[in-house]
Structures are given as structure tokens and as C-alpha cells.
Design a protein around this ligand. Structure first.
Ligand SMILES: *Cc1c(COP(=O)(O)O)cnc(C)c1O
Length: 381
């Protein structure tokens, strides 16, 4: 099956008792057992829920994996991955990382004796120097937030496989429509389902997809033991959201292209970060591993004045100032004061994260209206 058909049908069966085409919301905590001591698939809803099962199977199909496991949030999914490891183990991670992931690694799990090394992965070969006999996992995020850097997943996979290291990829920014890390050699794909998969800014959820049966079993054990499961209503909303994932991603990418090109030619814009540009430093890798380039764009302003950023962001009529991304509505964010405020200015500026950087999550509205909104807001400077 091709992607759009899988998005709508994979793992989804009509309800056996009524024929309802949509998976019912099984709002139950337990299931009646017909025999004493017998085994049945559904016994207690922390362990299994049919609405969740349908979603997990659907997600596995979208990532070309065998097993999907859903969690109550994206960070809960990451948390489950880290629980695979023991004190003394080392994890190598991308250095420009989602802030919540960085916080979980450094402020929670370093206390438990797990060691994290944050390195640039723009040249995959450079990672080799950081691998020791204690290295157990490489954690990759691509495209990165907010600089839209691209990491070569297949090249990192070669390093990890050769050294028997688990490769995990946070695929939130790309969504399974744009990129499938398992096909490129990753062992674990992680999603903040909150973003493109849910797609409608109404659910917080996370997911992992893997191929290896033993790894899936370990992660399912952690999911059941630690209990960070999503509720059935949220699973239903995500099943519904995913039915249009391919259509939304096509439009996000189209609008992304239009807006990126518009900003690039705007006299008040200094630099635009978007992997679809031929002069993006890793455009060739993006072209190789992604189906299209998506709707996440960052740009900085000529003069780099904080007062100008304020004017632009407070005058947007359609782009809403908000955390998060990947929903149907266009959002804007200011990384220097929002998501990346805890990083010292000199560190930020080294990678281009200047005070005037604005991050856009381009939604699926009409591109003409989005361009007009940018034009009027930039006109206020
Ligand atoms: C939002 C996000 C997360 C965390 O997911 P939550 O659902 O907010 O817990 C992890 N990685 C990336 C890239 C994200 O954007």
C-alpha cells in the first residue's frame, strides 16, 4: 500500500459488533475475563486498549516498522527509550536538540548516572571520535529546531550498526510522510504525535516505532511498568488526524516553499533557513532522505534588532504567537526568548540563533493570505 492509503486504512478494522467504520473509543479501564487464569489480549487498560492498538498499528505501518508504541507525550516516549539503559552507559546526542529532550537528558537522567555527549552531527564521520565501549545509543533529530540543519541518517546508521549501538531518530519535524528513518537504518523512530501526526493542536501524545521484536518487547514492558499511556479519546483524535496526514503534509510543503521563497527575496530579511533551498548546506542530504521539505522555516531580520522582532511578531494577523508546531494553523515563535532562552547568547549566536530569529510553522491556509500577513507585519519595521 502507498502512504495515503496506509494513513487511512492500515491497522484500522471496522468495529466487529456494529460495523462502525471509525474505531470506537473504548473508554474502559478493564475487560471481563471469561475464564479464571486464562490468557486474553485485553485484560487491563494500562496494558492494552483497542483504540490505542489501532493507532499503534497504523503508526507502525506509516513508518514501515513492525511495532508502534504510544505514550502520553513526546517526552514520555523519549523517557521510555532512556530507561533501556543503565548507569555508566553513554549516549551521543545531536547538539542542537529540542529543549525538552535536552532538559530530560541533563536534568533528569544525568542524575541517574547515564552520560550524554552533545556533538555536531553535520559531518556524520565526526561522531566516530566520540564512540567508546560504553556508547549505547546515538540520538538524532533532523531537521533540527530551529536552524533547520539536516543530518545524514544513513551515514550515522552505518556508524551505529558497525558498533552495535542503537540509533534513535526524533522524526517529529519531518513526520512519517516526509521521512522514514527505519528505512535508512535507524532502530527507533520517535514522534511527538502532538505535532504533525495529530495535526490539529488538540492532543499531546508521543510514539515510538521499531522493527526489532526484542526491542519492542522491552519498550512495551517499560510502557506498561511506568504507565505513561495515552487515553482512548486522544488515540481516536490522532487516528482521525492521521487520515489527512498526506494531504496536510503536501500543503504544508507547498506553502513552505512559497513562503521560504517570498522571505528570501524580502529586503528586510537577512537569512532564511529552509532545507529546500539549493544553497542550504545539507540540501543534497535532505533531497536524498526526505520526500519534500515541509513547512518549518526560520528567518532573521536585517539589522538584528529586538525591537523589530517585537513589531513583526505582534503585528501578525494570521501567524499566531505560540509554542508548538505542525498544526493546520500557522504559528510563529521567537526561539531566543521562548524555546532556547536558557542557552547563553554567545552559544546561540555561533549557530545563527540570533535575537531576531523568527520560527514559522507554516499551516495549511491559503499561501496568498500568509504572504500578505508577512508583508504587512514586515512593513511595520
Ligand atoms: C514537541 C517536541 C518534542 C516533545 O513532545 P511533547 O509531545 O511536547 O512531549 C520532542 N521533540 C521535538 C522535535 C518536538 O518538537
Amino acid at each position: 500500500m502507498k502512504f495515503g492509503t496506509k494513513a487511512i486504512h492500515a491497522g484500522i478494522e471496522p468495529d466487529p459488533s456494529t460495523g462502525a467504520i471509525m474505531t470506537p473509543i473504548y473508554q474502559t479501564s478493564t475487560y471481563i475475563q471469561h475464564t479464571l487464569g486464562g490468557h486474553q489480549e485485553y485484560a487491563y487498560a494500562r496494558s492494552q486498549n483497542p483504540t490505542r492498538t489501532a493507532l499503534q498499528n497504523n503508526l507502525a505501518a506509516l513508518e514501515n516498522g513492525k511495532h508502534g508504541i504510544c505514550f502520553s507525550s513526546g517526552v514520555a516516549a523519549i523517557d521510555a527509550v532512556i530507561k533501556l539503559f543503565n548507569p555508566g552507559d553513554e549516549i551521543i546526542s545531536t547538539n542542537d536538540l529540542y529543549g525538552g529532550t535536552y532538559r530530560l537528558f541533563t536534568q533528569v537522567y544525568e542524575r541517574y548516572g547515564i552520560k550524554f555527549k552533545f556533538v555536531s552531527m553535520l559531518e556524520a564521520e565526526g561522531i566516530a571520535a566520540h564512540i567508546t565501549d560504553k556508547t549505547k545509543m546515538i540520538w538524532v533529530e533532523t531537521p533540527t529546531n530551529p536552524m533547520m540543519n539536516i543530518i545524514d541518517i544513513a551515514a550515522v546508521a552505518k556508524l551505529s550498526t558497525g558498533n552495535k549501538i542503537i540509533l534513535a531518530v526524533d522524526n517529529t519535524f519531518a513526520s512519517p510522510y516526509l521521512q522514514n528513518p527505519l528505512d535508512l537504518g535507524a532502530d527507533i523512530v520517535m514522534h511527538s504525535v502532538t505535532k504533525y501526526l495529530g495535526g490539529h493542536s488538540d492532543v499531546v501524545m508521543g510514539a515510538l516505532v521499531v522493527n526489532d521484536d526484542e526491542l519492542a518487547q522491552k519498550l512495551a514492558f517499560i510502557q506498561n511498568s511506568c504507565g505513561a499511556i495515552p487515553g482512548p479519546q486522544d488515540c481516536f483524535l490522532v487516528i482521525r488526524g492521521i487520515k489527512t496526514l498526506h494531504l496536510r503534509m503536501e500543503r504544508h510543503s507547498q506553502n513552505g516553499k512559497t513562503i521560504a521563497a517570498y522571505l528570501k527575496n524580502h529586503p528586510k530579511v537577512e537569512k532564511v533557513y529552509w532545507p529546500g533551498f539549493e544553497d542550504h548546506p545539507n540540501h543534497e542530504i535532505a533531497k536524498k532522505q526526505m520526500r519534500d521539505y515541509g513547512g518549518m522555516i526560520s528567518f532573521s531580520l536585517v539589522g538584528n534588532m529586538e525591537s523589530d522582532v517585537k513589531k513583526v511578531m505582534e503585528n501578525f494577523q494570521i501567524f499566531a504567537l505560540a509554542e508548538s508546531l505542525g498544526g493546520v494553523e500557522s504559528l510563529c515563535g521567537h526561539p531566543a526568548s521562548m524555546t532556547h532562552a536558557s542557552i547563553p547568547r554567545e552559544e546561540r549566536e555561533k549557530v545563527g540563533l540570533v535575537d531576531s530569529l523568527i520560527r514559522l510553522s507554516v499551516g495549511v491556509e491559503d499561501a496568498e493570505d500568509l504572504k500578505n500577513d508577512l508583508a504587512q507585519a514586515l512593513g511595520k519595521i
